[in-house]
Design a protein around this ligand. Structure first.
Ligand code: PEP
Ligand code: MG
Length: 775
């Protein structure tokens, strides 16, 4: 591999050490020079030669370092002690490392090398230019070994003296304890590893970050960009959660933007070093990159990847609208070639025929069956791809059979999305034109994560359902309860397998509506007992799956249009806007017959000993509604003072009046953000034309939630969330920070929500401990 021998004047790769200068300018460097300039230097030189916007730089070569070792007589001393070292002996390792570093730091840099560095620095700029001084170990970034991060980088260096000292510090860092240990474990002989130092104009990035030129896990042609404010160190070191953008190279579109709350940034600190400062509030939640910048970065990334022939991990920075490429090296995480092939290999050549919102994860291939009327669902066969304008509860039997579901309408909280997630069936909603573009019998592949529909079948997509079955319970304990949402009893076992702390929402309308008869039909046809039994049996399945854990069962909440196609649907009122109409508690209070049957089912379950059953009322807008419901239950024989009764907070009025609800006797409250967002922002949650304005993190929504949480905390009332926003890790983290008691998420989101909750709780504890220490 690298064959630099002790003594410094041995032959290396056909070139004599004596031939290589102490300094090489970026323009002179090609990747073959890795032995002299290290991976970083070689890569920068190559990139500059491709015309990529790389800041000016020169490299103090590895040969300069060797000459330094030889001329100062350090070689023998350093290598002798490392030869005898047992790297598993921590104390000895630290001692040897310290001794070697001290030797390097104390030695006088040979005059010739010093002068050449000074001269090169002057050549960069007449006035003292601020530079970054980066170590570049000469075995670094080889395809089979990454030394990245083991040697030092010094930012914001100004003036000759500071520069010379930084170069020497970089040299010394070759003998850091971690670096020595790593090399020993990887089988590198210390004598054969060198260090070059890149001296580069420091770009005072206003925003910066990293970019993977291909997907780091699957190898797909997607550019993943992470960016935040200030210097890129904040992103690289993990001191800030950066924005995350995904650019699809096939469609040349930004397909995902995850805007993080960027609390801190690293900026230059005077003439030397950097400092961590708070980001002003206006920029904390602002988008770091425009689509144009993302596309340009992706293009530069592609140039680098094409040139090197392997996906690259690129550092970038932007100043006054100018993009700089700061570093590029091969991605080491696409280590397993087999992983990168298979499905993604096939997808590279596959044609995307349609796009929508990825609503339930998983990939499945099959034959398209277009359903224009529920009566046609008989045509649906096991493994088909169900394509329809929008699913209805009476389509659930067909939804159970299919491999994937695609709809024209709807967003993340529509019926198709909710049920598909529970069934573990990949789904894409809001495509607008699926029922027109796709043809009956056409073979397609649906990617329910990314919302993409491909032409043809991917063999490896066949076991899609297996891929989306429940994730096992992760052994993470959280103080905030992490619960799960359930709508169909058959999902109860999968839901319980997540290890969730209970059910934060059981939507019972799916139990009823799956029967294809309206509650009114059961009453009109004197089949009340059937209705009660259906409810009782369905709820019991869920209660049995969660012994000893609370299960909040929500009373009926289905807009009138969802009843229309069922037996009895002809008697449903035609409403101009069913979302704002006769649904939830307002309908039950006016239809005591319907409400009483539900209460009858609850009563039987309580009598059977299911104390873990709590009842939650949807669409309450005034405490009087809660009091009225409670009074009716009391009249029907429920021990309301001992029953667990709560409300959904999904109308702004209930968020604002939560204290009055508490005084009226609620035991818990749960944010139904699907509705709370639509009623706060006047955005129809099922209307794909305004889907991009549907914003659970809108300040008005967050303010309502924040205030309601604080009130619940003041009264020691359990406060939860069961809307879709609770399945978003960022939102879950925000809720924990603001004091929520529990979070109820979809089955497929439990693992990541649990992790986000745990991480946030740990951070809160750590910050509190640090604050205590500081006081
Ligand atoms: C909500 O509104 O957030 C909610 C969970 O209820 P649904 O989606 O059933 O309206
Ligand atoms: Mg709701």
């Amino acid at each position: 591999m690298i064959i630099i021998k002790q003594g410094g004047d041995e032959i290396i790769s056909g070139a004599s050490m004596k031939d290589v200068p102490n300094i090489l300018w970026l323009e002179e460097i090609r990747k073959e020079d890795i032995i002299s300039v290290g991976g970083k230097g070689a890569s920068l030189g190559e990139m500059a030669s491709l015309g990529l916007p790389v800041p000016r730089a020169f490299v103090v070569t590895a040969q300069a370092f060797r000459r330094f070792l030889v001329e100062t007589d350090l070689e023998e001393k350093i290598f002798k002690s490392s030869d005898q070292l047992d790297v598993e002996n921590n104390a000895a390792l630290e001692k040897t490392a310290d001794a070697a570093k001290t030797l390097v730091m104390k030695a006088k840099m040979p005059a010739a090398i010093r002068d050449e560095i000074r001269k090169a620095y002057k050549k960069m700029s007449k006035s003292d230019l601020i530079v970054a001084v980066r170590s570049s170990a000469t075995a670094e970034d080889l395809p089979d070994a990454s030394f990245a991060g083991q040697q030092e980088t010094y930012l914001n260096i100004k003036g000759e003296a500071a520069l010379l000292s930084a170069v020497q510090k970089c040299w010394a860092s070759l003998y850091g304890a971690r670096a020595i240990y790593y090399r020993a474990k990887q089988g590198f002989d210390d004598r054969t590893v060198n260090i070059a130092v890149v001296v580069q104009q420091l770009v005072h990035s206003e925003k910066a970050g990293v970019m993977f030129t291909s997907h780091p896990i699957t190898g797909e042609p997607q550019t993943i960009i992470e960016g935040s404010w200030g210097l890129g160190e904040a992103v690289v070191s993990g001191s800030v959660s950066p924005d995350n953008y995904v650019f699809d190279q096939r469609t040349e579109k930004v397909i995902s933007r995850n805007i993080a709350n960027k609390k801190v940034e690293i900026i230059a600190d005077g003439d030397h070093g950097t400092k961590l400062v708070d980001v002003d509030s206006a920029r904390q939640d602002a988008l770091v990159l425009s689509d144009e910048e993302i596309a340009k970065l992706a293009m530069y990334g592609k140039i680098a990847e094409d040139h090197y022939g392997v996906p690259q991990d690129v550092e970038w920075g932007i100043v006054a609208g100018t993009i700089y490429i700061l570093q590029s090296r091969p991605i080491t995480t696409i280590g397993n070639k087999k992983e990168a092939q298979g499905m993604s290999g096939q997808k590279q050549d596959a044609k995307i025929i349609l796009q929508g919102q990825g609503a339930a994860p998983g990939i499945a291939s099959g034959k398209v069956v277009i359903i224009r009327d529920v009566k046609d669902t008989g045509a649906v066969k096991e493994g088909d791809i169900l394509v329809t304008r929008m699913t209805n509860p009476d389509m659930v039997p067909a939804m159970r059979k299919v491999a994937a579901i695609v709809t024209d309408e709807g967003g993340m909280t529509c019926h198709a999305a909710i049920v598909s997630r529970e069934l573990g069936t990949p789904a894409i909603v809001g495509t607008k034109t699926a029922t027109q573009i796709l043809k009956n019998g056409q073979l397609v592949t649906v990617d329910g994560e990314r919302g993409l529909i491909y032409e043809g079948i991917f063999e490896s997509a066949a076991p899609a359902k297996a891929a989306t079955t429940a994730q096992g319970a992760a052994p993470i304990i959280t103080a905030t309860s992490v619960k799960v949402n359930v709508s169909i009893p058959e999902a109860a076992a999968r839901a319980a397998a997540t290890g969730a702390d209970g059910v934060g929402l059981l939507r019972i309308e799916h139990l009823i509506l799956g029967l294809s008869k309206t509650p009114g039909w059961f009453i009109a046809n004197h089949k009340e007992e059937d209705f009660v039994k259906e409810l009782h049996d369905g709820i019991k399945i869920v209660l049995d799956a969660f012994p000893g854990k609370s299960v909040w069962v929500r009373t009926l909440d289905a807009p009138t249009d969802e009843f229309r196609n069922m037996a009895g649907g002809e008697n449903e009122p035609i409403e101009h806007n069913p979302m704002l109409g006769w649904r939830g508690i307002r309908r039950d209070l006016q239809s005591p017959d319907q409400f009483r049957l539900q209460v009858e089912a609850f009563k039987r379950l309580w009598k059977e000993g299911y104390d873990n059953l709590g009842v939650m009322f949807p669409m309450v807008s005034h405490p009087d509604q809660f009091s009225a419901a409670k009074a009716m239950m009391r009249d029907w024989g429920v021990d309301v003072e001992n029953a667990t009764l709560g409300i959904m907070i999904e109308i702004p009025s209930s968020a604002i009046m939560v204290e009055d609800f508490i005084k009226a006797g609620i035991n818990f409250a749960s944010f139904g953000t699907n509705d709370l967002v639509q009623y706060t922002l006047a955005i129809d949650r099922n209307n794909e034309n305004v889907a991009d304005m549907y914003a659970p993190q809108h300040p008005a929504v967050l303010s309502l939630i924040h205030n309601a949480i604080q009130t619940c905390r003041a009264y020691n009332i359990e406060c939860s969330i069961c809307g879709q926003a609770g399945s978003d890790p960022k939102m879950a983290a925000w809720l924990v920070e603001h004091g929520i008691t529990s979070v109820s998420a979809n089955i497929d989101a439990i693992a990541k929500i649990r992790e986000a909750v745990a991480r946030t709780e740990k951070r809160i504890i750590l910050e509190a401990a640090r604050k205590c220490d500081a006081e």
